[in-house]
Design a protein around this ligand. Sequence first.
Ligand SMILES: C[S@@+](CC[C@H](N)C(=O)[O-])C[C@H]1O[C@@H](n2cnc3c(N)ncnc32)[C@H](O)[C@@H]1O
Length: 209
Amino acid sequence: MISVKEHWETIYSKKEENQLGWYQEKAGVSIELIKETEIKPDDAIIDIGSGASILIDNLLEEGFYNITAVDISSAALDKTKKRLSSEDYVKVKFVVDDVLNPIHTEVFQNLSLWHDRAVFHFILNKADKEKYINLLNSSLKKGGFVVMGTFAQGGAEKCSGLEICQYSPEDIKALLGENFTLVKGFNHTHYNPKGDERPFTYVLFKKKI
Ligand SMILES: C[S@@+](CC[C@H](N)C(=O)[O-])C[C@H]1O[C@@H](n2cnc3c(N)ncnc32)[C@H](O)[C@@H]1O
């Protein structure tokens, strides 16, 4: 059986970004939610399992410049690196790491915003979910925000050949616990490159002060 890292390195080495099921031309929903937080351009943002996501380009377009893109796959992050101008490149830290067993602990500190689209839903067991949530909690400043997009109930049961969990906003609220206030939660349909519907849940949480 191949490791999680090998799985994702192979996916991103073999396919163009726009052939991937989760590809989007613009990270529209995430950007709208991030703008609602009113965080400042120099506030620290982390994108967990960033892949080759256009979110990084879109954050730069919005003026943010303290951005960390973390992914278990270096091939994924290389795709984003190649798209950026030298001026933008210096505004982003690219970190190859496993969010369930991080080595680069220095990047998981004093964050104003934790963003995760289509990563948390791959975590299947309770202990790993707890690890992820503990890291999220300890990384975020008080008053910091979480923007998350996961598969929703009734949608696909697998992605990229891997099993996933489906969530409602209330499910995520229960997992994050008392420390977080649900500001907004809703359904959004993503269309994959084949045109198939992929129902997503999006949430915005604020960490209590
Ligand atoms: C479905 S893709 C989503 C990518 C990106 N967030 C987007 O919206 O385009 C899932 C991403 O999570 C990354 N990933 C999976 N498990 C991870 C882990 N344990 N730690 C860090 N990244 C991980 C994969 O390499 C992949 O880039």
